[in-house]
Design a protein. Structure first.
Length: 392
């Protein structure tokens, strides 16, 4: 096998998760040429980059162009999902076909979404790529309050099953996602697949004064992520911990809703908006004391089967975390003493701030220790085991 062929990869993901857990960074460090498709789903900021195609060669951009995108406003996001999916499919096919002549064949096609994984298998049948890799990030429960959401989740599964079965190499974000598919009969009990979580890049610990407390949230601003708990607790937090403040990094469909609530509070709340550069966001995180991830314990919440990239980011900069027991990673938080796991309850949330601040050095060191377990430079090799074989 010619090494310059297998060192090319097509990568497809959705903003703002294109470099979640440093996955794009890993690809750029391990492949000579990376063709990266990033599609917008939520509106994160008024100045958000359009969906885009970027080609990197040895980490340098050698080609880029905007991609066509349908509206991303919350009111029409789900209704237009079939149309948006068709647009994504058409663009992947069009650009890979036209750029195939210029850059030659791309060996790998890598994605984290069932529909784009299914698309990759179609592209493979057309010989535009050779091997497909599906890192399974999601499970969408087939129930929700909204009939539109329920229907869209049903449609998603019509792509998830064939994508999972027909992809050359399937890796799961956590064991729960793999076990679910075994219970559904998609896989037999004897089938084994790699499990790789979101990676981290631990940073040196930074001393912080405990005189004033800064809480921070990073991520997409939507109600299912439980931000209401923070705002409901703000008044009591200020009374118990004078000078406490809240910083929020990110954009999303419910940003205006939360900004309106913050205007009624005496507790300072600083909205940074969506920050594209990881270094800038990390500087803000590092000056705060506690990372907040109060996911809403709703049975229709997709977080039950996810791996929390926001918590991994908190841990790598030494931020103890307050979170709810929605996902399996909560057990790691408890086991390592890297934060406090609470019920979705305002009183517990307020108490947990004091618990962490009274033993801050203890929780901070444990946070970094847990982050070390998931160093992306080490764990992501399981995503591409065939590299060792094909490079021989």
């Amino acid at each position: 096998m010619n090494k310059h062929i297998i060192s090319k990869i097509v990568y497809v993901n959705f903003a703002p998760y294109e470099n979640a857990g440093y996955i794009l960074t890993y690809l750029l460090n391990n492949f000579a040429v990376v063709m990266s498709f990033t599609f917008n789903f939520h509106k994160l900021t008024d100045h958000q980059h359009p969906s885009r195609l970027v080609i990197y060669k040895y980490k340098r951009i050698i080609y880029q162009c905007p991609l066509f995108q349908t509206p991303t406003t919350p009111s029409v996001a789900f209704i237009l999902l079939p149309i948006r999916s068709l647009v994504i499919f058409a663009q992947l096919l069009f650009h890979l076909y036209r750029l195939h002549k210029r850059y030659g064949p791309f060996y790998f096609y890598f994605t984290v979404n069932a529909f784009t994984a299914w698309t990759g298998n179609i592209l493979r049948s057309l010989r535009l790529i050779q091997k497909t890799i599906f890192w399974v990030w999601d499970y969408y429960p087939p129930f929700d309050r909204s009939p539109v959401v329920r229907f869209m989740r049903y449609l998603y599964w019509q792509f998830d099953i064939p994508a999972t079965l027909q992809t050359d190499h399937v890796v799961f974000l956590n064991q729960k996602l793999l076990d679910l598919r075994k219970r559904l009969g998609i896989f037999s009990e004897s089938v084994t697949h790699s499990v790789v979580g979101i990676g981290t890049d631990p940073k040196p610990l930074r001393y912080k004064s405990g005189k004033t407390i800064k809480l921070v949230y990073i991520g997409v601003l939507k109600k299912s992520h439980g931000l209401d708990l923070i705002f409901e607790s703000a008044k009591s937090l200020s009374q118990k911990y004078p000078g406490i403040s809240i910083e929020i990094i990110g954009g999303g469909p419910d940003r205006a809703y939360y900004q309106h609530i913050s205007e009624t509070l005496s507790t300072p709340v600083l909205f940074h908006g969506y920050i594209e550069k990881d270094n800038t966001a990390n500087k803000i995180l590092a000056r705060c004391h506690i990372g907040i991830a109060p996911y809403l314990p709703d049975k229709g919440n997709v977080t039950y089967f996810s791996d929390p990239s926001k918590i991994k980011r908190y841990l790598e900069v030494g931020l103890p975390t307050i979170t709810t027991p929605v996902f399996s990673f909560s057990r790691d938080i408890k086991q390592y003493g890297a934060g406090v796991v609470i019920n979705y309850d305002s009183e517990e949330f307020i108490q947990s701030v004091g618990i962490i601040m009274r033993k801050y050095d203890f929780y901070q060191k444990n946070a970094v220790a847990l982050a070390q377990k998931y160093r992306y430079q080490v764990i992501y090799s399981s995503l591409f085991p065939m590299l060792k074989h094909t490079n021989k």
